[in-house]
Design a protein around this ligand. Structure first.
Ligand code: OAD
Length: 236
């Protein structure tokens, strides 16, 4: 990787691998979520239309579970980077947990939404939500019983793509952490970054589908690789 002095603006993409060591299942690992539920049964608008009870129960369980998990050293290192990095920084996460924020990071964008919001499909307002949705509670704003999880399902547009591309255009370094490179548009960010002349670095447990697109790819657990890299970049 080029000298740190070349780098001022950083975009980081995180995926399920950054939260794996906090005890949250990744999607594509053996025993991961898709093992128990097929994606088309729980993570599509069609599934919600067909069997809302199943979908709401599934997300209620996930919401409850993530509230019992704690940030790990990878989240903590990224929070340190956020505190200490004076250049631009955007941590784009595909994760719907709040472990980046609970570790203390502020410059976080949830491109796939968050478990801790409910979205009212009647009035389009998103409200912080920690309880269940299966019991069809009323929207705190309009009173309609039209709340759904505020997560992006397959076939829906991820959030804030304009802001992500604007940050990539200004970036000097793009770092992908703990993501399989299987789900677009996030999987394409490395190529967008390369086209823009941005340096690219991957930190992942193993080679991912997109590893060959990166200038450098390091393999190992996020709890080790991320703190090491943050120390490199912020210096001691
Ligand atoms: P995946 O489960 O597809 O990939 C997780 C990646 O993390 C894999 O490449 C693992 O090798 C790696 N990994 C696992 N444990 C790790 C560890 N301890 N340290 C570092 N890396 C580790 O999850 P995502 O790429 O996040 O979308 O999946 C992307 C999207 O697919 C998700 O946001 C979700 C899913 O469908 C939606 O729900 C819209």
């Amino acid at each position: 990787m080029a000298d740190r002095s070349d780098i001022r603006n950083i975009v980081i993409l995180t995926g399920a691998g950054v939260s794996a060591e906090s005890g949250i299942d990744t999607f594509r690992a053996e025993g991961g979520l898709w093992e128990q539920h097929r994606v088309e049964d729980v993570a599509t608008p069609e599934a919600f239309e067909r069997d809302p009870e199943l979908v709401l129960r599934f997300y209620d369980m996930r919401r409850e579970a993530i509230q019992t998990k704690q940030p790990n050293p990878a989240h903590e290192a990224l929070a340190k980077l956020d505190r200490e990095w004076s250049g631009e920084l955007l941590i784009v996460t595909q994760n719907v947990d709040d472990l980046h924020e609970r570790a203390g990071a502020n410059r976080v964008l949830h491109m796939h939404g968050t478990h801790l919001n409910a979205w009212c499909t009647a009035c389009d307002i998103r409200s912080p939500w920690r309880g269940t949705l299966i019991d069809r509670p009323a929207c705190p704003d309009c009173g309609e019983k039209a709340l759904r999880p505020d997560v992006v399902w397959f076939g829906e547009m991820p959030y804030e793509m304009d802001r992500i591309f604007a940050a990539l255009r200004e970036a000097d370094l793009f770092v992908s952490i703990g993501t399989s490179g299987a789900v677009y548009p996030a999987a394409g960010f490395v190529r967008n970054a390369r086209d823009l002349g941005v340096q690219t670095l991957e930190l992942n447990l193993e080679a991912s589908q997109g590893s060959h697109w990166f200038d450098e790819s390091r393999h190992g657990p996020a709890s080790v690789l991320v703190p090491e890299w943050v120390e490199e970049i912020v210096g001691r």
